[in-house]
Design a protein around this ligand. Structure first.
Ligand SMILES: O=C(O)CCC(=O)C(=O)O
Ligand SMILES: [Fe+2]
Length: 204
């Protein structure tokens, strides 16, 4: 059994996996500290959607602020990213996915913010293959909304399941396949969100 067997099995079977135990240690706490530090330093900016002329920043659609993890930063040495590299290798070994790199940003949803239903591949591109969300909210109050809501890929009006953004919880899903949404959050909601890609570019 590798650390990743359950994730690999569920991804193949249903297109998504959510685990509270897959990511070891208390990494969500140290990553949250890093996110807070970057927020305090003014390093976050508004999240954008899509790539087209009418896309860009639309807070009513996507309400988070984000801060990319720079590949050459000290932060990129956090063991979470080495663990991600091993998950990426396991996906390639099992499913021959040709994943070449991953990119991650911190996301902070302010009180009232959410992200309307979407899939994670931009129109006309399909480099983002696997989406990852690692939640950084210790002691999350589940009455505050902010759930990740997954929908049926064949009938996106049908909700499959929703998940509170509990610290240490990992959500993994097939980027171009799973419709999903962040329900409006009534508390500040922190996460580390990323994609595994089949190209060499970042942030395209
Ligand atoms: O934070 C989440 O639960 C999902 C975020 C998301 O869908 C995205 O950033 O594309
Ligand atoms: Fe998304």
């Amino acid at each position: 059994m590798s650390d990743f067997d359950e994730i690999l099995y569920l991804l193949n079977k249903q297109g998504w996996a959510v685990s509270d135990t897959a990511v070891p240690g208390a990494w969500h706490a140290s990553l949250r500290e890093q996110a807070q530090r970057l927020w305090d330093a003014g390093e976050f900016s508004g999240g954008e959607i899509g790539r087209g002329a009418n896309d860009g920043r639309q807070p009513a659609v996507r309400g988070d602020a984000i801060c990319w993890v720079e590949p050459d930063s000290a932060l990129a040495q956090h063991p979470f990213f080495e663990w991600m590299a091993r998950l990426r290798q396991a996906l390639n070994d099992s499913y021959d996915m040709g994943l070449r790199r991953h990119e991650f940003h911190f996301a902070r949803y302010d009180d009232g913010a959410g992200y309307k239903k979407h899939v994670d591949q931009h129109r006309g591109t399909n480099y983002r293959k696997i989406s990852i969300v690692f939640y950084l909210n210790a002691d999350w109050d589940t009455t505050k909304g902010g759930e990740l809501c997954l929908y049926n890929p064949y009938d996106p009006d049908v909700e499959l399941q929703r998940f509170a953004p509990l610290g240490g919880r990992l959500a993994v899903f097939v980027s171009g396949y799973m419709p999903h949404e962040v329900l409006p959050s009534r508390a500040t909601r922190w996460s580390l969100t990323g994609w595994m890609r089949t190209d060499d570019l970042i942030r395209a």
